[in-house]
Write a protein that binds this ligand. Structure first.
Ligand code: FAD
Ligand code: SF4
Length: 460
């Protein structure tokens, strides 16, 4: 029988309705659709999809279980390699990873691996999972700094090896960007909490409101624990560095999303932490973070929500799915446009942004075509809120408190291929080592480091 060339469509909330709520946009496959999609898999003798997955999930195996209706077994296969399948099934850039390497993508659309992962994880969550079996304790203790995907994965894998993993998290909730950055309509927070609870059931302990580098030093942790892993992410926002950027009504994407997500500004008045949002909101940047900001602003009541980006659509770094969703929701894209300065009203709040039109030149160091200003093309736009989403750097607090630690050019912690820093017993991984990347790459780094820590703990 010929294989259907396209993926089965994902049912979604209607764009006109969803811009008025924070509920999840994609609704998930039902059982019948999941089985039909799973049956598209060819079970290749050399599954290139697995090579494309940074945590090497046995993709054909879990798909086979779904194809034959054994959904409980599918989650078992997934959990051998990932403790965050509901998260990965929602936010992973599959198109660049497993699906990008799927043989079917050569002559049509790949198997919808991400949607199937989400289906298996959601099915298990709704049905209820058995308490995981934990191994005999080894008596070794590891301190993990940060509870983002890197820290959670490293801690979960160490617990599965019998080591005691204790996480120290600066915020009052776990998950890192999964909790404070990615909005509810892309990644519901009860799902993040559920997956964190599973990791806790493996025996991982989480201490909240501990800012390592201030409340406690890495040196103290190194004395008390047998090894330390740093997974503090890339939470230092970049700014445009143009005149007027300190006016009222202008903030970083980090601040905006933390207020909207973690402090639940979207659920005012149930949560007494509202956020001031104007009628005309401009988000600067075109990555996933920018799309999240522009779409959140719309849901919080903006009448016009703009994405302002200096290159063209082809160079936008956001995932295609996020760009499509943003377009469907009515986000206005002002491309080949660069801000020059913000203009104040008489009370010190932003009222306009002056921009210049751009054209594309030859590729620059990033491999993308360099944006160049077009002479005398300046124009102004009326805005009352500006959100700056032009990138983040590794969080400097922890690295700068460690004497002799090797730091890279972007403030990242330098590690070898196993996550080992230049200091014995001190490991790192995720965005703090690579700069802003992806959930699955951070998870992959957490896994590698857990293996290396295990080896280190067992040394003679
Ligand atoms: P983080 O997730 O940043 O976690 C670091 C943790 O360390 C945080 O909880 C922080 O509070 C804690 N911490 C920091 N300093 C200290 C300290 N001194 N003491 C104790 N704890 C500390 N990736 C995708 O794959 N798909 C997406 O769709 C996607 N969308 C994104 C949307 C947004 C808005 C953002 C910001 C990022 C997005 N990313 C996406 C990127 C992805 O979320 C990150 O690459 C990933 O979360 C990095 O994981 P991490 O564990 O290294 O760090
Ligand atoms: Fe199935 Fe595609 Fe992987 Fe082949 S490459 S096993 S078709 S998911």
């Amino acid at each position: 029988m010929a294989v259907k060339k396209e993926k089965h469509k994902m049912p979604e909330q209607n764009p006109k309705e969803r811009i008025n709520n924070f509920d999840e946009v994609p609704l998930g496959y039902d059982e019948e659709t999941a089985i039909a999609e799973a049956q598209r898999c060819l079970h290749c003798p050399r599954p290139t999809c697995v090579e494309g997955c940074p945590v090497n999930i046995d993709i054909p195996d879990f798909i086979q279980e779904i194809a034959e209706g054994r959904f409980d077994k599918a989650i078992g296969v997934l959990k051998k390699k990932t403790n965050l399948p509901s998260v990965c099934g929602r936010v992973c850039p599959y198109e660049e990873q497993c699906e990008g390497s799927c043989i079917l993508s050569k002559a049509g659309e790949p198997v919808a691996i991400g949607r199937l992962e989400r289906f298996a994880a959601d099915h298990a969550r709704k049905k209820g999972e058995k308490k995981p079996i934990t191994p005999q304790p080894t008596g070794k203790k590891v301190a993990i700094i940060g509870s983002g995907p890197a820290g959670l994965t490293c801690a979960g894998d160490l617990a599965k090896m019998g080591h005691k993993a204790v996480i120290f998290e600066a915020l009052h909730a776990p998950g890192g960007v999964l909790m404070y950055g990615i909005p509810e309509f892309r990644l519901p927070k009860d799902i993040v909490n559920y997956e964190v609870d599973y990791i806790k059931k493996l025996g991982v302990e989480i201490n909240y409101d501990v800012i390592v580098g201030k409340t406690i030093d890495v040196e103290e942790l190194m004395e008390e624990y047998d090894a330390v892993f740093i997974g503090t992410g890339a939470g230092l926002p970049h700014f445009l560095n143009i005149p007027g950027e300190n006016l009222a009504g202008i903030c970083s994407a980090n601040e905006f999303l933390t207020r909207a997500n973690m402090m639940k500004a979207y659920d005012f008045p149930h949560f007494d932490t509202p956020i001031k949002i104007g009628k005309k909101v401009a988000t600067f940047g075109a990555g996933n973070v920018a799309m999240d900001c522009a779409r959140t602003a719309l849901r919080l009541g903006a009448e016009k929500s703009y994405i302002i980006y200096r290159r063209s659509e082809k160079e936008m770094p956001a995932r295609n799915e996020e760009i499509e969703h943003a377009k469907e929701e009515g986000i206005i894209f002002k491309l080949l446009t660069n801000p020059k300065r913000f203009i104040s009203d008489d009370k010190g709040s932003v009222k306009q942004v002056e921009c210049v039109k751009m054209k594309l030149g030859e590729p620059d160091k990033s491999g993308r075509r360099k944006p160049l200003p077009i002479k005398d093309s300046e124009f102004t736009m009326d805005i009352d809120t500006a959100i700056i989403a032009v990138g983040q750097s590794p969080n400097p607090l922890v690295p700068k408190t460690i004497d002799g630690l090797k730091i890279g050019k972007i403030g990242n912690i330098k590690i070898d291929e196993n996550g080992q820093t230049n200091i014995l017993g001190l490991f790192a991984g995720g965005d703090i080592a690579t700069g802003a990347a992806t959930v699955i790459l951070s998870m992959g780094a957490g896994k590698k480091a857990a293996k290396a820590i295990d080896k280190y703990l067992k040394r003679e």
